[in-house]
Design a binder for this molecule. Sequence first.
Ligand code: PLP
Length: 365
Amino acid sequence: MVNYLDLQAQYHGIKDEIQEALNRVLDSSQYVLGKEVASFEEDFASYCQVEHCVAVNSGTSALHLALLAAGIGQGDEVITVPNTFVATVAAILYTGATPVLVDINPESLNIDVTKIENAITDRTKAILPVHLFGQTADMDPILTLAKKYDLFMIEDAAQAHGAEYKNRRAGSIGDFGCFSFYPGKNLGAYGEGGALVTNNQEFAHKARVLRDWGAEEKYHHKYPGYNYRMDGFQGAVLGVKLRYLEKWIEARRACANKYNHLLKEIGIKTPIELTHNRHVYHIYAIRVSNRDDLQKYLKENSIYTGIHYPIPVHLQPAYANMGYKEGDFPVAEAIAKELLSLPLYAELPEEDIESVVNAINEFQN
Ligand SMILES: *Cc1c(COP(=O)(O)O)cnc(C)c1O
């Protein structure tokens, strides 16, 4: 059997440190925010090569707060992509702003930078690229447009902790970087979690205040805020796990290399890592025309895969009122039918990679 993901394997390697960290929270009773969260914020800011980190209760909250800190709301437009987890688009809608979608580049699977300018209007306030699967979008052309039209740039780095674009860390390139620590993400909490990073002191302060009911002083509410605080336990877990992140990323990259090598030999289209990028392989997705049959065959052979994502956001019933229709984003729609995410995690044994590739080869023959 090859599982898609094995969170137990990772836990076994760090069990003692995790339990010590959880005990520190119990001994201090700092269950919400507190010292463990503050110390993680400091470490994660430095890991992302930025000045400020605001820890929150999910990646969705991080996106929502980044948009609010930028002053985005009703009447504004924010440019993003249709091939993402719905949270990217939902966070824009939470503010009252309108998501404007742009199709993706078929190689990188990230926003097609040649199509952005056409989507910019007088109401556009921000570009929100998603670093899909752990590879950053092509940031320099996006930064040029953001400067030209005076737009904010908010990175959805929920899948891209530690990814790099021309030696710059994901999250440090735009005005804001938004991360998720959902358990299955490359840096995962033991529950929900997220963070926003920025170099702007004022934005960091605004986000910090909004995550805690908009109060700069307890019970004195300056802004209508939210309960988006991170738990003490999650801060403690993340503080331990951050120390291993680089090692885990290198292990993921080694798995991806092994897959690339073996899959090329059997003629499968592997993910494209652009030369100036450091891809962190949150997801390793191959592109095949008979995807559903292949997934079924692998499952019959006890190999578990994923699909990210089977339906682009603009074709989801929940978001039908955005007014898009089938055919609006041909590249995103095509890949939704063809991508298959193979098992990949830092501890994945080499033999398992070989079994997966052998099974794909058998299916083809
Ligand atoms: C996981 C994810 C989110 C949302 O993060 P949560 O912590 O689940 O709220 C947002 N965007 C992308 C691209 C994601 O993968």
